[in-house]
Design a protein. Sequence first.
Length: 249
Amino acid sequence: MAILIKSAAEIEKMRVSGRALAEVHEAVRGVVRVGATTMDLERAAAAKVAELGAVSAFKGYHGYPAVLCTSVNNEVIHGIPNDKRVLREGDIVSIDCGVVVDGFYSDRAMSYAVGQVSPAAAKLLRVTEASLYAAIDKALAGGRLGDIAWAVQSMCEAEGYGVVKEFVGHGIGKSMHEDPQVPNVGNPGKGPRLKPGMVLAIEPMINLGSAEVKVLEDGWTAVTVDGSLSAHFEHTVAITKDGPVILTQ
């Protein structure tokens, strides 16, 4: 495993990429409502990416057809936008997007309530997002990768949630996926040492029920095996000597 260390100048470029991505997410958030289709979200994202002069990190990646991944309800990740998928009252939708600016990648995911959702769905969103920030708090120089994983696992399993193991976060920089993999289950004090200049995409994927997932026949969309709801939050985070810096806000 070769974990690439970024210079201060490279991290600054990644911050520019991350800010652009945050703008894309803001544009999409404004379209999330009852009656919108997942393709409406895709069009908003594509327009904003073009307006910013960025490049989609997802479209064309291993043949993926869209700028966004739009995963609704029991879809965990990699849901493909389409005109037939209409958002309904009580749905939750996870929106994952990445962009490239000046050769540097950024990656971020947000999950949203559509209209009024059930208390169980609202809590799943709240805890999953909180677990992301708990993990970011552990992205400390001198710490271990397992500290990040344990922060997610311990918080979410305490609520009885399933923590997805098949999909993980990742290093990021001039490539979308770099070493190391950043799992959401692990042991504190274990794994590679965290060093200033590492940049990680940390992304809890949490299920209301079982942790088990499967990929549908489209080859992309991952869903919960038991049909339970799933939430996904992600930020791109730089490890610095002064603590973690979120680059995608």
